[in-house]
Ligand binder design. Structure first.
Ligand code: ASP
Length: 351
């Protein structure tokens, strides 16, 4: 693998580069020059850093599959020119973007590190500088044979490097904003880097990276709660465009055993809607063989999302629907790991 000693920094927006609107006092995205002015340390980085800026920079609440496609294009067009890529992104939807990108780059052979901050980079106690500097170092980190240490889509935040499609935003206020509750951290960045090599994906370096950009967003995240009303749920499940549901169930994948719910889910499944069962718990997995209510869901055609996050499940569903018109293929791949997003012993595959 030929190294270039260069990293591309893609600035999409988010708190890290924000400043106060003098009229309203609210934070709004500023351009990259503002961010760079506040980081004189850039000059000390041994790696050459080139930049690409989204115009206008966006608050990540406005992220969408269209922007994900743009990010993929930016990287694909420059894939051979850089050792790795750092994406500055708002924290609010960072885990969705990281999950989506992990599916969009098949056989990724270079690091793509997403980071951001809780305080804008111009503020005294900002976490942005450390997150940015360390992400650039991680994107450039490599083995003796020049292959990268982390050829994955990752999130770096507050000393932890996480697999992107295993990460969740866990805290809106503290610096420790992300964690991957069902997967070990890929690296701890303390005084030195401590990589967990066994946990990091290994691509096939003899094969090319294959980008995919099609998405079909006809999906819905349905969170169960005691007291859900049949009529409301029916309206959603009957939507003719609907192709996929991520159902956030109770505990280890359980749902109320109300006949109307099972009937609606069964009817949806009969129409080709794929329903994926993901637990509302922050860690652990959906296991539909533990309780009778789980069996009823299986009978209604619901498939297990095992230990996957909601962010990974919903982006994977949109991604697979964009690749396959055949429901059975979507169901099949939802129950396999395609980018390390789900733990299913002995079944690993790529598209
Ligand atoms: N609203 C911001 C965003 O996600 C929050 C952040 O960056 O932390 O763009």
């Amino acid at each position: 693998m030929k190294r270039t000693e260069k990293v591309l920094l893609i600035y999409t927006g988010g708190t890290i580069g924000m400043g106060r609107n003098p009229k309203t006092g609210a934070l709004e995205p500023l351009d990259f020059n503002h961010l760079a002015e506040n980081v004189p340390e850039f000059k000390q980085i041994p790696t050459e850093v080139h930049t690409y800026q989204f115009v206008p920079a966006i608050d990540s609440s406005n992220m969408s599959p269209k922007f994900w496609g743009e990010i993929v294009k930016i990287i694909v067009d420059r894939y051979d020119m850089y050792d790795g890529f750092v994406i500055l992104h708002g924290t609010d939807t960072m885990a969705y973007t990281a999950s989506a990108l992990s599916f969009m780059f098949e056989n990724l052979t270079k690091p793509i590190i997403l980071t951001g901050s809780q305080l804008p980079i111009g503020q005294l106690r900002t976490d942005g500088k450390e997150n940015l500097m360390t992400s650039i170092e991680l994107a450039a980190a490599h083995h003796k044979d020049d292959t990268p240490m982390v050829p994955e889509v990752c999130i770096y935040f507050n000393g932890h490097l996480l697999r992107g499609n295993r990460a969740t935003k866990q805290n809106a206020d503290e610096y420790n904003a992300f964690d991957s509750f069902n997967y070990p951290h890929l690296c701890e960045a303390g005084v030195s880097f401590n990589f967990r090599k066994h946990a990091i994906l290994m691509p096939d370096y003899s094969k090319p990276m294959v980008p995919h950009t099609n998405f079909d967003s006809n999906v819905f995240v349905f969170s169960l709660f005691p007291g859900a009303e049949e009529n409301i749920v029916r309206h959603i499940l009957d939507a003719p465009e609907l192709r996929g549901i991520v159902m956030r169930s109770f505990g280890s994948g359980n749902a109320p055993s109300m006949p109307w719910l099972m009937k609606l889910l069964k009817q949806a499944s009969g129409r080709g809607v794929v329903t994926v069962n993901v637990s509302q718990c922050i860690s652990g997995q959906a296991d539909m063989s533990r309780y009778d209510t789980g069996y009823q869901l299986q009978d209604a055609g619901v498939i297990s999302g095992f230990d996957t996050t909601v962010e990974a499940a919903v982006t994977k569903l949109m991604f697979l629907q964009g690749q396959f018109s055949d429901t059975e293929r979507v169901r099949e791949y939802m129950q396999r790991s395609i980018a390390g997003e789900i733990t299913i012993p002995n079944i690993e595959s790529s598209l």
